[in-house]
Design a protein around this ligand. Structure first.
Ligand SMILES: Nc1ncnc2c1ncn2[C@@H]1O[C@H](COP(=O)(O)OP(=O)(O)OP(=O)(O)O)[C@@H](O)[C@H]1O
Length: 158
């Protein structure tokens, strides 16, 4: 049997504005399947202000920080671990530019173009690098054994 190509993992969020609409959530999940991501874990969460401030701590002090934390605590949202070769770049390509109005002009087929509302309410998140993905996965899924996942990857390669 041929070895499977190595895969990567990323943390994806379907933010509260999108998660409030089950029809949209179903469409996004269909899109995720169609683009051949493997969903390794999935949970629906409701954040406290402290949770939002902890996750978005790097943005503390920026003009949009309070708005961002208010938005992320406004309702339930979905967190997913997605797996695929190039999961990080593929998921970020699928969701598109951070700002939906720009996405509608420059990347009209992306999820933020289709579903995002404003610069803050942009409906999705995706990790931007391997190390960030791991730390974000630990934040949302402390029970997910990254070391074990990496060991399984290495085994599949021999
Ligand atoms: N100029 C802005 N005005 C309002 N909100 C913003 C602005 N820039 C970023 N945000 C909000 O802060 C979040 C985090 O910003 P960041 O720069 O990390 O963008 P990103 O990496 O594209 O988005 P994410 O981290 O959610 O994938 C954005 O997703 C958006 O909700």
């Amino acid at each position: 049997m041929l070895p499977r190509p190595p895969t990567r993992i990323t943390l994806a969020l379907l933010k509260p504005d999108l998660s409030a609409n089950n029809l949209k959530v179903d469409k996004v999940f269909a899109h995720i399947q169609k683009n051949e991501f493997n969903i390794l874990a999935h949970k629906k969460l409701l954040w406290s202000k402290a949770d939002a401030e902890a996750f978005y701590g790097e943005h503390r002090g920026k003009f949009f920080f309070e708005r961002l934390c208010g938005y992320m605590t406004s309702g339930h949202f979905h967190a997913l671990i997605l797996e695929k070769p190039n999961a990080i770049t593929d998921w970020r390509a699928l969701i598109g530019p951070t700002h939906p109005p720009r996405a509608r002009i420059n990347a009209p087929d992306t999820l933020r173009s289709l579903y995002g509302m404003t610069d803050t309410r942009n409906s999705f998140h995706g990790s931007d690098a391997d190390e960030t993905a791991k730390s974000e996965i630990r934040f949302f899924f402390p029970e997910f054994d990254i070391a074990q996942w990496e060991a399984n990857q290495a085994e599949n390669r021999v």
